[in-house]
Design a protein around this ligand. Structure first.
Ligand code: NAD
Length: 373
C-alpha cells in the first residue's frame, strides 16, 4: 500500500476538522493510499507547534511557500481564510501537488478561475471542500432524485442560518471583513447551499439578490474599546431559476437567534418531497405521492443503514455519526480519486460555478435586477 504525504495550511477550526479526517480515514475506510500527516503550517511558530502535537502532525512549519515546493509533499490542504486560497492553491498546483481547498473556493470569480486554470495546466487533482454533500442522508437524497423517485424537480428551498454575530459587541473577526472573507453570510454559508442546490437539482441560470448588513461597526478584536467597520453582509437572500426549469430560494444569515448551524433544504418534485437539516443530519424526511393514501405522510429515514452511503465503514445501524464524519468522507473520496487518477467532485470546476452564482447574487443585490449567472 503506498503512502501520500500531506501538508495542511491553517491550524484553527478547519485545520482541526481536516486533521481529524486525515487521521480517521485509514482505520475506518482503508483507502488504497495511506495519508501521512507530514507537516502543518501556520504563521506563529509556537501555536503551529502546539497544533502539530495536538493533531498528530510530524512537523510544524511557518512558511507555506517553502512547504508547497517540498518534493516529499504530495497533497496540499488549504484551510486558511479566502484571501489566501488562490495564492496557496496556485503555487501548490504549479509545484505538481494535489490541492484540496476550503470553501468558498476564492473571494472572487477571477481568482477562482485562475485557480482552476493553474490546476488544469499543471494536470493536478483538485477538490473544493463542500463537505455537506457527503452526509449520508444528503447522498441518499441525491440517489432518490437520480432514481426519479421525486419525479420532475420543481422547488429547491435552502436556508443556512446561524446566530453567532447577533450580539453587537461580538468583535470584528476576519469573517466580517471583505478584504479577508470576500463576503459575509453569502460566501460563508450560502456557498454551501448553492453547492447543495447544484449537486441535487442542477445548474443555476439566473438569480435575484438581497444583501443586508444590520450592525455596521464592531469592536476590534485586539483593541476592544475601538470600533471598525463591518464590510460584509450579515444576511443574503436570493431567488434562483435553474437551467432545468426548477425554481428556488436561498437564504443565509448569521443573525438568526437560536439557529446554530441550521443548514436545511427542502426539495419538491412532481412525485414527492424530501427535506434535510444538518442539525439532525442522520435523518432524511421523505414524502412520496405514490404511497397508499391511508398511510401517506412524511417519513423520517434514519440514514444509518449499511446500504446508505459511507455508513458501512462506521457503526451498526442507529449508531449515529456527526459533523466531523463529512470531512472524513471527503478525504476518503479524494484519496480514492488520486488512486484512480481522476478529479473528484466537487472540484475547482464546481468551485468556479458556485463563485459565479455568488457574484451574480451580489450584482443582483447591487442593481435590484435579476442577473444571469
Ligand atoms: N467546510 C466547512 O464547513 C467550513 C467550515 C468553516 C470554515 N470553512 C472555511 O475554511 C477556511 C478557514 O476557516 P476557519 O473557520 O478554519 O478559520 P479560522 O480562523 O479558525 O482558521 C484560519 C487559519 O488560517 C491561518 N491563516 C490565516 N491566514 C493565513 C496565511 N496567510 N497563511 C497561513 N495561515 C494563515 C490562521 O492562523 C488559522 O490557523 C475558510 O475558507 C472558511 O470559509 C469551511
Amino acid at each position: 500500500m503506498s503512502t501520500v504525504n500531506v501538508a495542511l495550511i491553517g491550524y484553527a477550526f478547519m485545520g482541526k476538522a481536516h486533521s481529524n479526517a486525515w487521521r480517521q480515514v485509514t482505520p475506518f475506510f482503508a483507502p488504497r493510499l495511506t495519508p501521512r500527516l507530514k507537516v502543518i503550517v501556520g504563521r506563529t511558530r509556537e501555536k503551529v507547534e502546539a497544533a502539530a502535537r495536538a493533531y498528530g502532525w510530524e512537523e510544524a512549519a511557518t512558511d507555506w511557500r517553502e512547504v508547497v515546493e517540498r518534493p516529499d509533499i504530495d497533497i496540499v490542504d488549504v484551510c486558511t481564510p479566502g484571501d489566501s486560497h488562490a495564492e496557496i492553491a496556485i503555487a501548490a498546483a504549479r509545484a505538481g501537488k494535489t490541492v484540496l481547498c476550503e470553501k468558498p473556493l476564492a473571494n472572487d470569480v477571477e481568482s477562482a478561475e485562475r485557480m482552476l486554470a493553474a490546476a488544469e495546466e499543471a494536470g493536478v487533482i483538485h477538490m473544493v471542500c463542500h463537505n455537506y454533500r457527503r452526509a449520508p442522508a444528503v447522498m441518499l437524497a441525491k440517489q432518490l432524485i437520480e432514481d426519479g423517485r421525486l419525479g420532475e424537480i420543481r422547488h429547491f428551498r435552502g436556508t443556512y442560518l446561524q446566530d453567532w454575530i447577533v450580539d453587537p459587541e461580538f468583535p470584528l473577526v476576519w469573517r466580517l471583513r471583505r478584504e479577508v472573507a470576500g463576503s459575509g453570510a453569502l460566501g460563508d454559508l450560502a456557498s454551501h447551499t448553492i453547492d447543495l442546490a447544484r449537486f441535487l437539482v442542477g445548474e443555476i441560470r439566473e438569480v435575484s439578490g438581497l444583501l443586508q448588513t444590520f450592525i455596521h461597526e464592531r469592536p476590534l478584536p485586539d483593541k476592544p474599546n475601538q470600533r471598525g467597520e463591518v464590510t460584509v453582509d450579515d444576511a443574503a437572500l436570493a431567488l434562483v431559476r435553474f437551467e432545468n426549469g426548477a425554481v428556488g430560494s436561498i437564504e443565509a444569515t448569521r443573525m438568526a437567534p437560536g439557529r446554530k448551524n441550521y443548514n436545511r433544504f427542502e426539495i419538491n418534485g412532481s412525485e414527492g418531497s424530501l427535506a434535510f437539516d444538518l442539525e439532525r443530519m442522520n435523518e432524511l424526511e421523505l414524502f412520496l405521492r405514490g404511497d397508499p393514501p391511508e398511510t401517506q405522510g412524511f417519513r423520517t429515514i434514519l440514514a444509518t443503514d449499511p446500504t446508505h452511503p459511507y455508513v458501512d465503514a462506521w457503526w451498526p445501524p442507529g449508531h449515529i455519526i456527526g459533523y466531523e464524519h463529512t470531512f472524513t468522507h471527503t478525504i476518503y473520496d479524494l484519496l480514492e480519486a488520486i488512486a484512480d487518477g481522476r478529479v473528484p467532485q466537487p472540484s475547482f470546476v464546481d468551485g468556479v460555478r458556485t463563485q459565479r452564482v455568488l457574484a451574480a447574487i451580489e450584482r443582483a443585490a447591487a442593481s435590484g435586477t435579476w442577473q444571469q449567472v
